[in-house]
Design a protein. Sequence first.
Length: 216
Amino acid sequence: MANASLLNVALTRASYAVSTALAKPSAAILDNLFAAYPDYYRMRINGDERMAAIADAIRSEVGTCDSLGDVSVYEGYVLGWVARELGVETVSGCDLSGVAVERARAYLPGTYTTFDLNDLYKDPTSNLPIPKPDVLLVCECLYYIGPLANLTWRQTWLFREAKLAFLQALRRQANKAIIVQHFGKGQKESIGELVVAAGGHKVEDRWGIWLLPAAT
């Protein structure tokens, strides 16, 4: 029984690694991974500096913020940390993983639902299934969006118009601003170039934070 359990854990991690390298993990793969490994990304241990930088960016670039949303809410740690730091009580979020959404709901009261951001990528005229917040967080998730996503977001020219249309669609999902944060070595600068091309600007370099103003 123990060997079967260890094998299942190994297969779960292998499935996640392969799917991430090729394109993006499915909801089932993420659910299995997160069920086996609570806080798989170790946000509670390693996330404070990044989350503080996000909160500072909102404070300095946006000012007053009465509501926050997160398009890849995971288990709610980033959203919760930033909301508490800014004194925001109204929060919402979506995630591909139902397991992550349930943990976010238990961690921080708010409005949460499962959603695949690829649906917005495919149809930029559609909307997110969460209340429109003042500020929308888009953190460490773009390399799961679109065809050959992990490769696509490393090269600004690949599917450039589709990516720009997606970023413009995100601008319609907030009242004040979109905070885009990606610090991965392979994607940070290329994602930043696209955000700037979509009308945004860089706020902080170490953690790769950009601001996109909401569409008026």
